[in-house]
Design a protein around this ligand. Structure first.
Ligand code: KG4
Ligand code: ZN
Length: 345
């Protein structure tokens, strides 16, 4: 007799997406529902925690109900409830954690706590059967930039992280300086297609020959200086710049960011003699980054494999939460009703 699949309901509210998904056996996506709050935050140029929290409260139950309905499952056919409880905005995480604890108690189903960053990494492994080790993972999101030595989906050793602005944050802030729409990453990628990546030589902060940490605040400041003059006394000149000039700045900024991300990943890959490189997180949606990493793999160790999260699972979603939770379910790693949200992780 065929074994019944392990259905897990995943919940994600760490930032500005309210998401729920049902995934069977960690691989088969039965549903994925996302209520995006981009419209609510765009006039502020970034996520406002209180607004995010309130929108999560309004959206969470309709989103979960929709995910259950689309997957055609009931509480009886769900094996566990998984929730991203760290890292993220505490007031946002709180909404998902409270919903997950409530459902776990009411339905009598186990609760699984998921690290949001580890879940981003899982997105890159969704379609993979046998992960070739050693593997290095680059997670680039709005709040984090991390390199991990990945032993398995549940065993991750942090190799390096951002010391100031995360990669996505730098994209968002530079987009704001260039008066491009929020979120900045997709807007910069779009306009950069028409720009010259060699037009402006923005700094590449490598933090010493062996460092695997990242620092992106310098490049953001360099873009600001470029637009306002070195003494910062001038007005932001973006309004009087041609579209071509803005495209050149965007392309040059994107090239510098990608250069650093690729070189640091190569460093980490060399250090652990990686056979596989995994890429996940919102910035992983960037096509230029994806092909630059592919190129690096090809030219360094041709057998090295790059596994990239599918575009629809790069930015925040609950599929990655439910998928990673399947590994924890099989390992019996459950949380209890004292689970709390945590800003760091
Ligand atoms: O992972 P994510 O959805 O949320 C966090 O966990 O932070 O990442 C959102 C970030 C934003 O900063 C957004 O600008 C960036 O990912 N992003 C991109 C692209 N698409 C989204 N950055 C560069 N290029 C893109 N195509
Ligand atoms: Zn994220």
């Amino acid at each position: 007799m065929e074994k019944a699949p392990i259905n897990i309901l995943g919940i994600e509210t760490s930032c500005d997406e309210t998401a729920a998904a049902v995934v069977a056996d960690g691989k088969t996506v039965k549903s994925s529902v996302i209520a995006s709050q981009t419209k609510l935050h765009e006039k502020y140029g970034g996520v406002v925690p209180e607004i995010a929290s309130r929108a999560h409260i309004e959206n969470i139950y309709p989103v979960i109900a929709e995910a259950m309905a689309q997957a055609d499952v009931t509480e009886k056919s769900v094996h566990a409830i998984a929730v991203a409880n760290q890292p993220g905005l505490t007031v946002a995480l709180m909404v998902g954690v409270t919903a997950a604890k409530t459902l776990s108690f009411a339905w009598g189903k186990p609760l699984i706590a998921i690290n949001h960053l580890h879940a981003h990494l899982q997105s890159a492994m969704l379609a993979e059967e046998g992960l070739q080790l050693p593997a290095v993972a680059l997670i680039v999101s709005g709040g984090h930039t991390c390199l991990y030595d990945c032993e398995s989906p549940l065993e991750l050793k942090l190799l390096g992280r951002c010391l100031d602005d995360a990669a996505g944050e730098a994209f968002d802030k530079v987009a704001a300086i260039l008066k491009l729409p929020y979120p900045g990453g997709p807007a910069i990628e779009e306009i950069a297609k028409d720009g010259n990546p060699g037009a402006v030589d923005f700094p590449r902060s490598m933090l010493g020959p062996d460092s695997l940490d990242f620092s992106f605040s310098g490049i953001k400041t360099a873009v600001l200086y470029h637009c306002r003059g070195q003494d910062m006394k001038g007005q932001n000149r973006v309004d009087s710049m041609s579209k071509q000039k803005i495209a050149d700045i965007a392309a040059s900024f994107q090239a510098a960011m990608i250069d650093v991300l690729v070189r640091k990943t190569q460093r980490a890959a060399q250090k652990v003699a990686a056979k596989t490189i995994l890429l996940g997180g919102g910035v992983a949606a960037n096509t230029v980054l994806r092909s630059a990493l592919q190129q690096m793999c090809k030219s360094s160790v041709p057998t090295r494999k790059l596994l990239v999260a599918p575009k629809e699972y790069c930015t925040d979603n609950a599929v990655m939460v439910a998928s990673l939770a399947c590994h924890k379910y099989k390992a019996g790693l459950f949380a209890d009703l004292t689970l709390e949200p945590k800003a760091t992780g």
